[in-house]
Design a protein around this ligand. Structure first.
Ligand code: CU
Length: 189
């Protein structure tokens, strides 16, 4: 009987711990901090061969856009500027937050990205991705680098998170200074 009592009390302790852990985990998932993900779909094999080792890290999601496909989708006959592969984007592209809230920005992709506040959207610091020179088709109007992208901006490595705190009321524009079509607006009430 004594053994059974010990076993039972042990079980009660274990269940108690499990409930506590579950509550902590839920609290993290339900955090009120708004999130923005920096997303891409770079295929490590072809990107690292074309651009250089370490350009694209492997992720658990098996990203599979080849470098050739990425370049083919930089331009469209419907636009005079670079438009970029749509798998490279900020998600969501618009959030509305209350003053005082912190925005958590996580790089869920395989490449480095920036989440840089700009006065006006513009190009980044990589001429080719601004539409300068080949493979830009004739007639392409290159993007002019956004002022903040010359700073130089903070690059968020794959898997890393940065926090944007103390944003004032109003409209804030953010872009990637590598892939300038990656853009988001944070509207602070
Ligand atoms: Cu980027």
């Amino acid at each position: 009987m004594q053994k059974l009592a010990i076993l039972t009390s042990g079980l009660v302790v274990l269940v108690g711990l499990w409930v506590t852990w579950a509550k902590v985990a839920t609290a993290q998932v339900n955090s009120n901090d708004p999130n923005v993900a920096l997303v891409d779909n770079c295929d490590p094999a072809t990107f690292n061969l074309a651009v250089g080792p370490g350009t694209c890290a492997a992720t658990p999601h098996q990203h599979d856009t080849s470098f050739t496909e990425f370049v083919e989708l930089l331009f469209s006959p419907l636009a005079a500027n670079v438009i970029g592969h749509p798998a490279w984007h900020f998600s969501p592209g618009y959030i509305s937050i209350r003053a005082g809230q912190t925005v958590r920005v996580t790089n869920a992709g395989g490449e480095g990205h920036t989440f840089t506040e700009v006065k006006a959207f513009g190009g980044g610091f990589v001429p080719l991705l601004n539409g300068v020179g080949p493979p830009a088709p004739a007639g392409t109007v290159p993007l002019v680098e956004a002022e903040a992208c010359a700073a130089p901006p903070v690059i968020v490595a794959p898997g890393n998170t940065v926090q944007m705190k103390g944003l004032s009321s109003g409209v804030h524009k953010f872009q990637c200074c590598i892939h300038p079509w990656m853009r988001a607006v944070v509207d602070v009430e």
